[in-house]
Every structure is written in C-alpha cells, then in structure tokens.
Write a protein that binds this ligand. Structure first.
Ligand code: AHR
Length: 519
C-alpha cells in the first residue's frame, strides 16, 4: 500500500469560508422547476405546490444560496411574464432549451420556495435580449419598499415585503455562441457596466457578478475576462467562472484529474483580475463567483435527440444525469478545489439542484432520492466551515493525458475554531489500491477522531435509483490519532471525511471511529 502525508497547522490558513461557497442553482431547465421543486397535485406538495420531500432534501444538503432563474434560460426571459395572477401569465417558447415555459413559477414563487428552503436568492438578469431598463425595474420590483410603479406592482401581487435580494448576476455566459443575444467582450462589458450603475442606483446595497467565460476552453479565455473587467472593474464585486467536468473517452484517470484544471482556471482568472487591478491602480480585490460547476457528460447526446424528436414540451426530462461513484469522486475533488481557493472564491453554485445535472432526483408523481454526488457536497457544506487550511500534501502521483503529475491523494482541511472542529476531506484517486494516509496534526494537541465517513463502491459505475436509493451511500471507516499523528486507510476510489475535535463537547470521540452514519 502506498502512503500519502498531510501536515495541518491552525496558523496556516487560506481564508475564511464564505457560506455561499455551498450555493446551488435552480434554472427553468428540464424538470428542475416543474416536477422538481414544484409539482402541484403531488401527494406531498404544500399549498403553493412545492414538494416537501424535495425541500427536506435541500435542507439536508445545507444549501444557503441559490442562483435563479438561469442559466441560458435567463437570456431570453422576461421576468414580467412570471409575476401577477398565474392564470394571466403567458406561455412562451424557451429558445434556450427548446421547451415551453408556462411561467407558473416566477420571481415571487421562487423567493417563497427559497425562504422555505432556508436559502438566500441570487437573481440573474437578462442581458441577452433585454437590458438596463428591465434589470433596474426588477431590482425596484424586488427590493424597493413601495410607493413607486414597480414596487407597488409587487404589493398588488400580494407581496408587501421587499425580497431584499443581495446578489445579482449581470447576465449569463454572454461570451458563448449558444447564448441568446451573445456579445463581444466590449459589447457585454459596456452593457454590464451601464446596467450595474442603474441597478446600484436603485439599491446601493446590492452586490453584482459580471460574466466571465463559459469555460476555460473557450477560445477567448481569458482575454474575455480582461476586456470585460476593463469596463466593469469598479462597478462589480465578483467575476463568474463556470465549468463542467466530462469523461467523454471513459478515461477515469484523466476524469479524476479534472479538478487540477479547475485549480488552474481559478488561478488564471484571479491573475487576470489582479492584472486589471494593477492596470487601473485600483485598491479593490475582485472576488470570484464559481456560479456553475459540476460533472455533466452522460446525457448531452440523448438530450439533443430528445429535443429533435419532441421539441417545445413543458419540462422535458433534460440533463437527468445518472451520477456514478466516479462522478461523486470528481465532485469531491472539485469541492476540495473550491476550498483550496476560499480566499478568492466567495460564491460557488453546484449546477444544478434538482433533476437537471443535480444531486437530487425525483419521479414525477413519485419519490425523490439522493444521487451519489449528494454526499461529498453534503459533507463539505455540513462540516467544511470556518477557515480553509493550507494543507501540505505529499502524495504519489500518476500521469494522464493532460497532466504529468496527478496526486493519488486530493485533500484539504477546514478548521472551525469556535467549535474546535477540524475536518479533513480527501479523495483517493487510486484505481487499484487503498492509500495509507499519515497526518501530522501536532498543532492540534489533544484532538481525536470524532467521525469517519467513506463513500465507495465495488463498482465505480454504481448509481442510486428510486428503487435502490442507498446503493452508493457513506459508511464508517478506520482512522486513529495518537500524539499528533493521524493514520487512516483510504480505500481505492473513495471520498473520505475525517472529523476531529478537541473540546469536551466532543467527549463522544472514538480514536478508531467506525461510525455508522446515515449520510
Ligand atoms: O447549467 C446548465 C447550463 O450550462 C446553463 O444554463 C448554462 O449557463 C451553462 O451552459
């Protein structure tokens, strides 16, 4: 068995973890909204039509922040279609997803759903087919208390209290040809700047996210970022990043290494922001919003065929990825990548939340279940709080078609000083063998293992289904800690969580935890 080492110190910190790092995304796409969060007539729907089983899973996942309503959808969306009496709302062609949008759910319904889910709403405005006027009207509709046209319209729709939406996205993936109303960097930069000014004049408390590139393989990456920031640097708070890991050639070693590309993407975008900062002699440090990230590769071809054969359906079953253990490991590596950059990435949204590229799946009229990818996200959102530590990792490596040295061990740690909670998150990328983990935690005297969680399966292609919802589920594992030396065995192809605690509150500690944890 090969060995990898980690050294942890409470004083070596990357930065505080913003809770919004565990955000997600609900788009009017496929069955994410209709048949996902909203299904009037379902046996467990509440009086507004929201599925309680889905809400329970969303609360369990611990999602504090949800981006809405798109995505590609927002670039053709008129938000006014989605407010007011439901029976008067128009049915529209959604050109982004070749679907029919009924508008039964709009801004007010989504805000009500998010309040029930315990999440803050992050709204995106349409900068594809719309512009400054629609955006400033939406801020006024949502955030102004009353006494003006748009705020009074909200009152007349039965919503007297302003939604108080803090974070807004200035469009979506405007660099991409697939985006309705896509633009050059200068066209977008100018429009984003003017829209940002108007929106902030309506509500100076809001924060704004400008569009970065759709992914790091775009030919204009990262020139797009530099040009857009030339226009908007002083007017926005975040620049967005998007990525979807793929395994198109069924090459697991390369697939598992996709988080290295994510590391490089974050570092390139941060460097580009700092270049513009230097050019502008600015005092402001641009923060990053990784507001779409996930694994997405199973359904792309099937979806194209489905839309060709039956376009313009309401809520067609698009992007319903059956996530495997392999996919969950990549999601785990991607969460670790976000934590390793917690000083710079303040917002991140797992795209998406229900049914479409999602950790939660539903059967229309039936049950809901947790996909494999639910678990690494859940563990990180539940335990990855406080400060992200700068962990020193030494690991055996392998080479793949993109990277010369991919570490078998991907790992990071978080430290919640107040709760005396230290958590190590680790993936063993090894396809054949377990990996012995040795940790130096002398900087945490008296800390013991309080819980050990492992996600693995004999078959890396295993998935969860409604019939077998716990086929891939976390269980306990071995970990020990003595005199500042931590040891654990990380099974081949596994996601691992080692929770350590130092305070009396953790008196139930087990030095050789075999915790049977439901999740
Ligand atoms: O999340 C699915 C889609 O991926 C989004 O609509 C778009 O922004 C991205 O291309």
């Amino acid at each position: 068995m090969q060995t990898a080492r980690v050294v942890l110190d409470r004083d070596f910190r990357i930065g505080e973890i913003d809770p919004r790092l565990y955000g997600s995304f609900v788009e009017h796409l496929g069955r994410c909204v209709y048949g996902g969060i909203f299904e009037p007539g379902h046996p467990v729907a509440d009086e507004m039509g929201f599925r309680q089983d889905v809400l329970d899973l969303v609360r369990e996942l611990g999602v504090p922040f949800v981006r809405y309503p798109g995505g590609n959808f927002v670039s053709g969306y008129d938000w006014r279609d989605g407010v007011g009496p439901v029976e008067e709302r128009p049915r529209r062609l959604d050109l982004a997803w070749m679907s029919t949008e009924t508008n039964a759910v709009g801004t007010n319904e989504f805000a009500a759903w998010a309040a029930r889910a315990g999440a803050e709403v992050n709204l995106a405005v349409n900068l594809g087919t719309a512009g400054i006027d629609e955006a400033r009207a939406l801020v006024e509709y949502c955030n102004h208390p009353g006494g003006t046209y748009w705020s009074d319209l909200r009152h007349s729709h039965g919503v007297p209290e302003p939604h108080g939406i803090r974070t807004w996205c200035l469009g979506n993936e405007m660099d991409a040809l697939w985006q309705l109303g896509h633009k050059t960097a200068d066209e977008y930069g100018r429009l984003a700047c003017q829209t940002a000014i108007a929106m902030t004049w309506v509500d100076p408390a809001i924060e704004l996210v400008a569009c970065g590139s759709s992914h790091a393989r775009m030919p204009t990456f990262p020139r797009w970022e530099a040009s857009v920031l030339d226009h908007v640097y002083e007017y926005v708070d975040y620049l967005s990043l998007h990525t979807y890991a793929r395994n198109l050639d069924d090459d697991l070693g390369t697939f598992l290494a996709q988080s290295l590309a994510m590391d490089a993407q974050i570092e390139t975008v941060a460097a580009t922001c700092d270049f513009v900062k230097a050019k502008k002699r600015s005092r402001k440090r641009m923060m990053l919003a990784f507001d779409e990230w996930n694994v997405w590769h199973h359904t792309r071809d099937a979806d194209k065929a489905l839309l060709r054969e039956a376009p313009w359906r309401v809520a067609p079953p698009l992007c319903e990825e059956p996530y495997t253990l392999e996919d969950a490991l990549v999601v785990g590596c991607m969460v670790i990548s976000l934590l390793k950059h917690a000083d710079r990435v303040k917002i991140a949204c797992l795209a998406q939340l229900v049914n479409a590229i999602a950790p939660i799946s539903t059967r229309t009229g039936g049950g809901a279940w947790r996909q494999t990818t639910f678990f690494p996200f859940l563990h990180a959102s539940r335990y990855g709080r406080g400060a992200a530590l700068d962990v020193q990792v030494s690991s055996p490596c392998y080479a793949d078609s993109e990277f010369d040295a991919v570490p078998l061990l991907e790992a990071t740690a978080t430290y919640d000083e107040e709760r005396e909670a230290l958590t190590i998150f680790a993936v063993n990328r090894g396809q054949e063998d377990a990996l012995r983990l040795e940790g130096d935690i002398r900087a945490f005297p008296g800390y013991k293992v309080v819980e050990r969680l492992v996600l693995r399966h004999e078959n890396p292609k295993a998935v969860n289904t409604l019939a077998r919802p716990a086929e891939v589920a976390p269980h306990g594992g071995d970990a020990g800690c003595q005199d500042g030396a931590l040891t654990a065995t990380l099974p081949r192809l596994s996601w691992n969580v080692i929770r350590l605690g130092g305070a009396p509150a953790h008196a139930t500690e087990r030095t050789h935890g075999r915790a049977e944890h439901p999740h």
